[in-house]
Design a protein around this ligand. Structure first.
Ligand SMILES: [Fe+2]
Length: 303
């Protein structure tokens, strides 16, 4: 984690950029990630795209589940979390998935995945699924006093900064993303996690995805490398494929394009799964509780 910028905000103060209605400050030196100072709903989607696919709004502790759902629906139709244990969903709000270590009578009542120590598990949500959720929205309910941060990295800015030799190596390369591959990877670290059911495996067969994705709304290219979902890089041996992904990840999650977000209750974050990566970091889940509400939105797919 030492190579990741660990800050509250990069920009000195809130500014109004050209052509926007919202005051913001950037969260990385490359300009990826915007913290907004309040928001006007009609300007949010433009800000989302101009930020490179990550916006943060603090101090939203007053939101009710209904208001949270209305906010997330600005970005796309809400998904209903059919693939999760219903115990993980907020009662009467299947669009809200609880993430964290909430336990009652020895059972998790939230989706709990113990984070890897560095290197972090950089990913975008459900790239192995068709349709992939266009974006995810998280509202922080409770956070430990230390640990449990989330890293965010901008894949468009990272792509734009690639040297020409690397661009030539990645252009046109296809990969296979697999839910089963991810699940087995997670099970090695999380024995409480079940193997995929036959029904889920049949519902989510491996899918081909480009290593360089074009954003369907902005037309911009970005690296598309949730390594823990990528079963194979076409045309390369498993070893060479892993080396290429590691090399690209080291670049794309460096301090120009990535930062660690230290959560506070009431933080509201929306990211674009088609052009960003995120990564959880560890916390002491015996001593502390962490709880986030996550909503995912449907929309245009990468091309
Ligand atoms: Fe995630």
């Amino acid at each position: 984690m030492a190579d990741v910028f660990f800050g509250i905000a990069f920009g000195a103060g809130f500014i109004v950029g050209a052509g926007e209605d919202l005051r913001h400050r950037t969260l990385t030196p490359s300009g990826f990630g915007w913290e907004l100072e309040g928001y006007e709903p009609s300007a949010l989607v433009d800000a989302f795209h101009e930020s490179g696919g990550l916006i943060l709004i603090r101090d939203q502790g007053q939101l009710t589940p209904v208001a949270l759902a209305e906010f997330a629906a600005i970005f796309g139709e809400l998904e209903q979390n059919e693939k999760y244990d219903t115990e993980f969903l907020l009662p009467e709000h299947p669009e809200i998935l609880r993430i964290g270590n909430l336990r009652q009578k020895g059972r998790y009542h939230s989706l709990f995945t113990r984070a890897d120590p560095p290197p972090l598990m950089w990913h975008c949500d459900d790239s192995f699924r068709v349709p992939q959720p266009l974006g995810s929205c998280i509202w922080c309910v409770e956070t430990p006093p230390e640990g449990g941060e989330t890293g965010f990295a901008g894949m468009t800015a990272a792509y734009d900064a690639l040297p020409v030799e690397t661009l030539e190596r990645v252009e046109g390369v296809m990969t296979t993303h697999s839910y089963d591959y991810l699940n087995e990877y997670l099970r090695e670290r999380n024995p409480h996690r079940l193997p995929l059911s036959d029904a889920l495996r049949a519902q989510h067969p491996p899918v081909e995805r480009p290593l360089v994705a074009e954003h369907p709304e902005t037309g911009r290219k970005s690296l598309y490398l949730p390594k823990c979902h990528i079963e194979s890089v076409h045309g390369l041996s498993p070893e060479d494929g892993a080396l290429l992904l590691d090399e690209l990840l080291a670049h794309a999650t460096g301090p120009d394009f990535a930062f660690m977000h230290r959560w506070a209750p009431g933080d509201l974050v929306v990211w674009d799964n088609r052009c960003t990566l995120h990564a959880p970091s560890r916390f002491d889940d015996v001593k502390y509780q962490r709880l986030l509400y996550r909503l995912t939105m449907r929309g245009e797919q990468i091309v």
